[in-house]
Ligand binder design. Structure first.
Ligand code: F6R
Length: 619
């Protein structure tokens, strides 16, 4: 999603800004831009193409300076078009901002009261040239400007409702950038006689490793060789200094080599054995303290679990519900974060609130967490892939998955490592509640440790999956079936297929077929079936017969010992081994490969599927 980079330095910072944008590209965007303070005025370049094209444009136009801001935009208000791309300029009432400008601004997030502010600013004579909510912020700051940019920003911000991270500079103050955050992530990068701001430390990799994670409501004034962070004191209505810790962060550059792979998604699917092994690296035994100090006391106190997440992370939570209820015997509900935050629910202070997130910055999940806390549920834990993220900072307890940077928009290795973290949580809660014998603990740990090898064996099925994907590439619809623990895996398989191949895919618990979706089954409808050799296998086989009797084409991922054989209308890929309760972690892998190869066969932009962003930092 949107990305911000800004800098104040004595050297030319345009290459740093462009490189920063390149590092944020994986988040997804549909336009980009850069603005600098040059020759006493504002200059900018904007593009609806890739950052590389913006770079060429900036070089051709001779854009270079020591102060500037840059942005990748994922359109929310206003189409992806050059006039809507950031940075936006303001130049006072009635001014032609395209020709000149006083304030330059980039913004991540959504301003909810932009209509009201736009009407007010128009009445004052401000001319709007975009359909964005962002442009109102530039004009609002301009309206308050009387020689001190920080003062103008501090006066403007309390008028904004919604979520934002902004970076601003002014024609009249050449060596200054002011930035602020409320609801969207922003970091400050501290250099030698130069300072930087970015929406992610990764954007500053190689520039500085001295990072301050700005907190909600922080406003930072960046100048050459100094910075100052302030917060509004709502009692006095004045801004006061706040101290924030400077951390040494060895951020990953994000420019991981593709090696022998065609796409990051394929690379990440194949990294799963290592990602799982890394996630288990520090686990020598099961104990609540794996989740942080004080976990034992909290686990003892809770009598239920509430999981909050979005998308793929929601499906890992949905899988974990089966584990938590059957192994730890603890009542568990799983809620889509964007729904939970707006519905009336019955809070139980003895609930363990678990958020799941790859990025740790998903706005809906963070808001749902805050909603749960506001209702008195203070026992919070996150399963997250980014140790420095807002989610980890907001939760009392955490388990950090060690999937490594996930660049492909479609989540793969983050999902399987989340499942590992959630299984460990299940075992730790089971232990605290007296439902885990030493023998069980040893058996589960042995199975967990063998997982990387087991996943590797599943990855060897790739050639067989490729053969299927050529048929899938010609379809426009697909159904996915699973039962029990594997129903969320069917959901995840359908999500993967639709988001990267654009084939309409739906998943059902197989027993639901006859209650409606069977009407869709024809010879044209591929029905992907997840068939582990578990207690529901015979029921599943009956559901498969219902499909075959109607001429449907079944594509079954069956465990080795299921005795399901290929025949007309029934295609089988045999999974190497049945893996008991951890089977979902194996069964999702061929579904990832099926989506990936089908998308390749259809020629879509696999790593950056249309309309999607990696880190969804707006509501
Ligand atoms: C799908 C996918 C998304 C994310 C969702 C939540 O492949 O990646 O559905 O799972 O946007 O993101 P995180 O896990 O970062 O909170």
């Amino acid at each position: 999603m949107c990305g911000i980079v800004g800098a104040v330095s004595q050297r030319n910072i345009v290459p740093i800004l462009i490189e920063g944008l390149k590092r944020l590209e994986y988040r997804g965007y549909d336009s980009c831009g850069v603005a600098v303070h040059q020759d006493g005025g504002l200059r900018r370049a904007r593009s609806t193409s890739r950052v590389a094209e913006l770079q060429a444009q900036a070089e051709q136009d001779g854009i270079q300076a020591g102060t500037g801001i840059a942005h990748t935009r994922w359109a929310t208000h206003g189409a992806p078009a050059v006039h809507n791309a950031h940075p936006h300029f303001s130049a006072g009432p009635g001014a032609d901002v395209a020709a000149t400008g006083r304030i330059a601004l980039v913004h991540n997030g959504i301003i909810e009261n932009h209509d009201e502010l736009r009407a007010e600013l128009k009445a004052r004579g401000y001319v709007f040239v975009s359909q964005t909510d962002t442009e109102v912020i530039a004009h609002l700051i301009d309206q308050h400007y009387s020689g001190d940019l920080l003062d103008a920003v501090q006066q403007a911000l309390p008028r904004l409702k919604g979520a934002y991270a902004v970076a601003v500079f002014c024609r009249d103050e050449p060596h200054r950038v002011v930035a602020a955050r409320e609801g969207s992530p922003l970091v400050l990068g501290v250099g030698q006689e130069e300072n930087f701001v970015a929406s992610d430390a990764m954007a500053l990799a190689g520039v500085t490793d001295q990072i301050v994670y700005l907190e909600e409501g922080d406003v930072v004034d960046l100048q050459l060789g100094r910075y100052w962070i302030s917060q509004l004191d709502t009692r006095t209505g004045r801004y006061g200094t706040v101290q924030r810790e400077v951390k040494t962060v060895h951020a990953h550059s994000g420019a991981a080599e593709l090696g022998p792979y065609r796409h990051y998604m394929q690379k990440e699917i194949f990294e799963q054995p290592v990602a799982i092994a890394n996630t288990l690296d520090a686990v020598t035994g099961i104990s609540p303290e794996l989740f942080g100090d004080g976990a034992w006391r909290i686990f003892k106190e809770v009598d239920s679990v509430l999981i909050l997440a979005c998308g793929t992370s929601y499906y890992s939570g949905s899988t974990a519900k089966y584990w938590l209820e059957s192994i730890a015997k603890i009542p568990t509900s799983v809620e889509i974060a964007s729904e939970y935050r707006y519905r009336d629910s019955v809070p139980n202070p003895r609930t363990l609130v678990v958020t799941i997130s790859q990025s740790g910055e998903t706005a809906d999940t963070i808001a749902a967490l805050k909603h749960a806390r506001a209702q008195g549920m203070n026992h919070t834990l996150t399963i997250c892939n980014v140790a420095t993220s807002a989610m980890v900072r907001e939760c009392a307890l955490a388990y950090i998955t060690r999937a490594g940077a996930e660049i492909g928009v479609a989540s793969t290795k983050a999902f399987t490592t989340q499942l590992v973290g959630l299984f460990l949580l299940t075992l730790a809660l089971a232990q605290t509640r007296g439902h885990l014998s030493e023998a069980d603990e040893a058996r589960h740990l042995k199975d967990l440790r063998h997982l990387p090898v087991a996943v590797q064996a599943v990855l060897a099925l790739e050639p067989q999956v490729i053969a299927w994907s050529e048929e899938f590439a010609r379809k426009e619809n697909a159904l996915f079936l699973g039962r029990g623990l594997h129903y969320p895996i069917a959901l995840e398989g359908a999500l993967k297929l639709k988001e990267i191949s654009y084939i309409h895919a739906e998943a059902y618990p197989a027993g639901e077929l006859k209650h409606g979706p069977l009407a869709l089954v024809t010879a044209e409808m591929p029905v992907v079936t997840v068939a582990p050799n578990d207690a529901l296998l015979e029921k599943l086989k009956s559901n498969m017969q219902e499909v075959r009797a109607r001429g449907g084409q079944l594509y079954v991922f069956a465990d080795g010992d299921t005795a399901i054989e290929s025949e007309t209308g029934l295609h089988v890929i045999r999974m190497p081994e049945h893996y008991g309760v951890l089977s979902p972690i194996l069964h999702v892998v061929p579904l990832q490969l099926l989506a990936y190869h089908t998308a390749c066969a259809r020629g879509t932009d696999v790593d950056k599927p249309r309309n999607l962003a990696k880190s969804v930092t707006v509501e």
